[in-house]
Design a protein around this ligand. Structure first.
Ligand code: XIL
Length: 336
């Protein structure tokens, strides 16, 4: 048919997809244009890739994504201004290889955010300003990253401040995984409140949405969306995929190398039901949810093929390896 996800969901929220510059070409480029009306660069706007040395920015790939979005009238989300991963080795170190002071690091953060945000002003409507700053340890609030070790919690508030100064029209997001898990959810709530109480603008919470066929439960998902909405901010699902494996199983007890990792009928059935539940809930919260973005286009390539188990194939998306809609796709558009 002529219609795509973006058309079925036009009364609800934009439907986005994570892309690499290469994916914009050929048949995957055509699939993007048919199905999606929003994009997020999967890697090329992260600090390391876009700012590999203190005095060198690499705009080439980021510009390719931004130009494509402008040319084809897709919304564009920026990802991510401040993260502990893919940050570039230089940022935390001085010329002798020693850790920099808080003053120096905050100045670098400000330079980075100001330069990158201003370059894409008018092209990017929302940025993930801070990504994954919260700890997964039950009794720890913020992640013990170099950002935190050097700056304490100030880097978070400062990042939002710098982004707002660089482009006051931007929507500013805090983005994290396991964001519907009750313990982490409450920490994210606390962090957003802290930013608000400091008088610094924050407009939304990004629930990454790296889900699986086993989690989350419908109730957990509803509770998290409602809890964030109670802060008066928008919510987006920023990195949706539905792994066909148990999350808790995957890292501790990886599959032996020769185990069959084909897409099983039981996995397919559970995935259809999970996607059905997720989008039913998303539709219910259309006044709060301002975007749903898939993390990758099709099962031909997903970052989950290598994470957390290197080389194990996963099938987390709505399009198969031939870029054809899966049964879960038809379930997600069935309401129309
Ligand atoms: C992932 C990319 O998909 C991979 O290509 C890369 O090797 C590592 O990062 N949370 C995030 C994303 O915020 O930036 C991550 O993307 C996935 C988890």
């Amino acid at each position: 048919s002529e219609k795509g996800l973006k058309d079925y969901y036009s009364d609800y929220f934009p439907i986005g997809v994570a892309v690499s510059p290469r994916a914009l070409q050929g048949e995957s480029g055509e699939l993007i244009l048919k199905q999606f009306n929003s994009m997020t660069p999967e890697n090329v706007m992260k600090m390391g890739p876009i700012h590999p040395e203190e005095n060198r920015y690499n705009w080439e790939y980021a510009d390719q994504v931004a130009d494509f979005a402008v040319e084809h009238n897709l919304k564009l989300r920026g990802h991510a201004l401040c993260w502990h991963n893919q940050a570039g080795d230089w940022i935390f170190k001085d010329e002798n290889g020693d850790q920099v002071s808080k003053e120096v690091l905050l100045q670098r953060l400000k330079d980075h955010i100001t330069t990158v945000v201003q370059r894409y002003k008018g092209k990017i409507y929302a940025w993930d300003v801070v990504n994954e700053a919260i700890s997964d340890k039950e009794d720890e609030f913020l992640r013990d990253s170099p950002w935190y070790q050097i700056c304490g919690e100030d880097f978070i508030i400062k990042a939002f401040e710098y982004a707002h100064e660089a482009d006051p029209d931007l929507k500013l997001f805090y983005n994290d995984y396991s964001a519907v898990h009750p313990i982490k959810r409450d920490k994210i709530y606390k962090l957003v409140k802290m930013i608000q109480d400091a008088g610094v603008p924050i407009h939304g919470v990004g629930i990454q949405g790296h889900f699986s066929i086993y989690e989350p439960t419908e109730q957990e998902l509803r509770d998290a969306i409602e809890k964030y909405a109670s802060l008066g901010v928008e919510v987006q699902i920023t990195e949706l995929d539905v792994s066909v494996y148990h999350k808790e199983h995957s890292r501790r007890d990886p599959l032996p190398k020769d185990e069959d990792d084909a897409f099983k009928p039981e996995q397919e059935q559970k995935q259809i039901e999970q996607y059905d539940m997720l989008f039913r809930v998303f539709r219910d919260y259309k006044d709060t949810l301002t975007g749903v973005t898939f993390w990758n286009i099709s099962d031909r390539y997903s970052w989950l093929d290598n994470f957390p188990v290197r080389g194990r194939k996963n099938y987390p998306l709505l399009f198969n390896e031939e870029l054809q809609p899966k049964k879960a796709y038809y379930k997600v558009i069935e309401f129309k």
